[in-house]
Ligand binder design. Structure first.
Ligand code: 13P
Length: 254
């Protein structure tokens, strides 16, 4: 059985004091999180403060990006060992906003995954098609290309340490969620790709999150799908009550 994993991607939101306040509220609202891995992903700057507030909880901490070199003349970047030292355990890689606005490609995603794994950070690797690709029937092809490029050279053992997030770009921040059937179809496709590439046993262990307008109201039904193992939540993770309700409702489906 795959343990569900629900992560909040805070994107470019929350100052350090606001991040501390939100985590304090999440700690209060989440009494039992033993059946699900819960992760919060604040901005780089708030990681160390967040880490302090998360001590003695089983809520995990993730970053939203990293650079693949350990150190050097790369102004403005943050590396895997730096994230590790700040207390991060996870790192989101290849989010569609990074692909769209910051020139990220399957090749840079691949380098970042390798850097994260080297420092024992769990990569949460995002894939997903844009609306035009879905409407022209190319969604599966796009996902396959992203997986082949992003996971090039990743061994089965390494793949077992990864989390994949399927985020249809047309569902992000739009209020337009993929239907449970639409999401399940792609999750199943990704798991089949994993099985074809790494074998059925490994494919059954990899957790695949759904992301895109996840709310307390749709969490249960999405989570009830066979190949959906949790969520990467944007907007609804910025309020403790809605994030906690998503976790609670998901557990009622598991
Ligand atoms: P929303 O939940 O705001 O649609 O964002 C999803 C997302 O991009 C999470 O990474």
């Amino acid at each position: 059985m795959r343990k569900p994993i629900i992560a909040g991607n805070w994107k470019l939101n929350k100052t350090n004091p606001e991040a501390v306040e939100l985590i304090t509220q999440i700690r209060r609202d989440l009494t039992d999180v033993s059946k699900v891995d819960v992760v919060v992903c604040p901005v780089f700057l708030a990681l160390a403060d967040a880490h302090d507030v998360l001590l003695e909880t089983n809520i995990g901490l993730g970053a939203q990006n990293l650079y693949w070199e350990d150190s050097g003349a790369f102004t403005g970047e943050v590396s895997a060992p730096m994230l590790k030292a700040a207390g991060a355990q996870y790192v989101i890689i290849g989010h569609s906003e990074r692909r769209q606005y910051f020139g990220e490609t399957d090749q840079t995603v691949n380098k970042k995954i390798k850097a994260a794994l080297k420092y024992d950070l769990t990569p949460i690797v995002c894939v997903g098609e844009v609306l035009a690709e879905r409407e022209s029937g190319k969604a599966f092809e796009v996902i396959k290309t992203q997986c082949q490029g992003g996971f090039a050279g990743i061994t089965a053992a390494e793949m077992g340490r990864l989390v994949i997030a399927y985020e249809p770009v047309w569902a992000i921040g739009t209020g337009k969620t993929a239907t449970p059937a639409q999401a399940q179809e792609v999750h199943q496709f990704i798991r089949k790709w994993l099985a074809d590439t790494y074998g059925q046993d490994l494919a059954q262990t990899v957790r695949i999150q759904y992301g895109g307008s996840v709310k307390p109201e749709n969490a249960k039904e999405l989570m009830g799908q066979a190949d959906i193992d949790g969520f990467l939540v944007g907007g609804a993770s910025l309020k403790a009550d809605s994030f906690a309700a998503i976790i609670k409702n998901s557990l009622s489906a598991a």
